[in-house]
Design a protein around this ligand. Structure first.
Ligand code: AMP
Length: 113
């Protein structure tokens, strides 16, 4: 847990959110500024700043399983969805607690702006 990290507070339930998916290591909840009809954030419960600090093999594998489980829970599998990890300044990362965006419910343009 990192003090002053908003996502640590969500993961530890100091700030309550509706968990759309949860397991021992990850929790998913709605983005407060949705960029698509479905916009969910999936975060590890431990504080990891960016994808570059993700090194635990169990968490690495678990994160992909959790993305899959979240997509299933949100009924995104058939129509498809986009998952995004922004990393640091040029990636557009604003919250320095690793998170996967899951975006769905509309067609996603490529390349991103
Ligand atoms: P990023 O720009 O990749 O770091 O994404 C951070 C995301 O976190 C943005 O889409 C924000 O809208 C979202 N966000 C920030 N604070 C909260 C919060 N308290 N609850 C839900 N989403 C949040």
């Amino acid at each position: 847990m990192s003090e002053n990290c908003i996502f640590c507070k969500i993961a530890s339930k100091q700030i309550p959110v509706e968990a759309l998916y949860e397991d021992d290591n990850f929790i998913a909840f709605r983005d407060l500024a949705p960029q698509a009809p479905v916009h969910v954030l999936l975060i590890p419960k431990v504080h990891i700043e960016t994808i570059m600090e993700l090194s635990d093999p169990e968490l690495m594998a678990g994160s992909i399983k959790a993305v899959q489980a979240t997509a299933k829970a949100l009924n995104l599998v058939e129509e498809g969805f986009r998952t995004v990890i922004n990393c640091r300044e040029n990636g557009g990362q604003t919250v320095y607690h690793l998170h996967f965006h899951l975006l769905g419910g509309r067609f996603m343009q490529w390349p991103p702006g």
